[in-house]
Design a protein around this ligand. Structure first.
Ligand code: NDP
Ligand code: 8X3
Length: 250
């Protein structure tokens, strides 16, 4: 049985990815900070799900999590670097510095450090797949996207640079870049619990669902070993592009 490690398993994409991988006959280790949510998922998913309380921004917590994976003699065949968040939608000039710090600590440093911990064993076994969850915000700028979008641009380039370093090994790396998705806690976290603002964002729009993302993970993981899906950009049909902004009479 293959083993997957999914960060951010307590909600949203991560939870759906755990469900889909269990259905695809994986053993799944799910990491997140909220142990109660992981315990709930454990009750739902049963013996092949291992709950692993983890804060990706905390080096000691990450050490302990990796140690318990080693103690259980589990080889990670699939790492899904999904834990992440956006905080605020303010323009850069009025954004909260603490929000910037937390986004960088989670989406950039946390993702890089989880990878740093688990990659050597994958290379040693000459087997493994890392699926990073980036975002369309890492490619397309928008007002208020500032540090969140930049953190996802890091994920995009880190994924490509990992591929460069892993040349000559069978370890694979993919970056999934989703657009607007409903059914997760993402926007409630970003908008500091303002449910009315969240409702307004998703009003009359059929957004991507977490299950769509989970299907994409399962599809990437199911490719034959000689195939590397470099990136997948996935948007709802209802989302597309706007023209570049022009400020007149500046
Ligand atoms: P959710 O808020 O629903 O889930 C985020 C998950 O990340 C939770 O399980 C949370 O668990 C976990 N998490 C947050 N901080 C930490 C931390 N320090 N250590 C460990 N786990 C952490 O959001 P989504 O499911 O929507 O988002 C998942 C990923 O997808 C993120 O990387 C996000 O940027 C990306 N994304 C989301 C999109 C969307 O529209 N929803 C679109 C594009 C990308 P806990 O709080 O228990 O720690
Ligand atoms: C989330 C997608 O467009 O809200 O990563 O930034 S977006």
């Amino acid at each position: 049985m293959k083993t997957a490690f999914v960060t951010g398993a307590s909600a949203g994409f991560g939870k759906a990815i755990c469900r889909a991988l269990i259905a695809d006959n994986y053993r799944v280790i799910g990491g997140a900070r909220r142990a109660d949510k992981l315990a709930e998922l454990k009750r739902e998913l049963g013996e092949h799900f291992i709950a692993l309380p983890l804060d990706v921004t905390d080096a000691a917590s990450l050490d302990a999590a990796c140690e318990s994976i080693r103690d259980a003699s589990l080889h990670i065949d699939l790492l899904v670097n999904n834990a992440g968040l956006a905080l605020g939608i303010d323009r850069a000039q009025s954004a909260d510095a603490k929000n910037w710090e937390r986004m960088i600590a989670t989406n950039v440093t946390g993702l890089a450090m989880v990878t740093h911990k688990l990659l050597p064993a994958m290379v040693e076994a000459n087997n493994g797949l890392i699926i990073n969850i980036g975002s369309i915000a890492g490619t397309y700028p928008y007002p208020g996207g500032n540090v969140y979008g930049a953190s996802k641009a890091f994920v995009k380039q880190f994924s490509l640079n990992l591929r460069a370093d892993l040349a000559g090994t069978k370890v694979r790396v993919s970056n999934i870049e989703p657009g607007l998705c409903s059914g997760t806690e993402f926007s409630l976290v970003r908008l500091a619990g303002d449910q009315d603002a969240v409702n307004a964002l998703y009003r009359d729009v059929e957004a991507i669902r977490p299950e769509d993302l989970a299907n994409t993970v399962v599809w990437i993981a199911g490719q034959p070993p000689h195939v590397n899906i470099n990136s997948v950009e996935i948007m709802p049909v209802a989302q597309s592009y706007a023209a570049l902004n022009i400020a007149r009479n500046l």
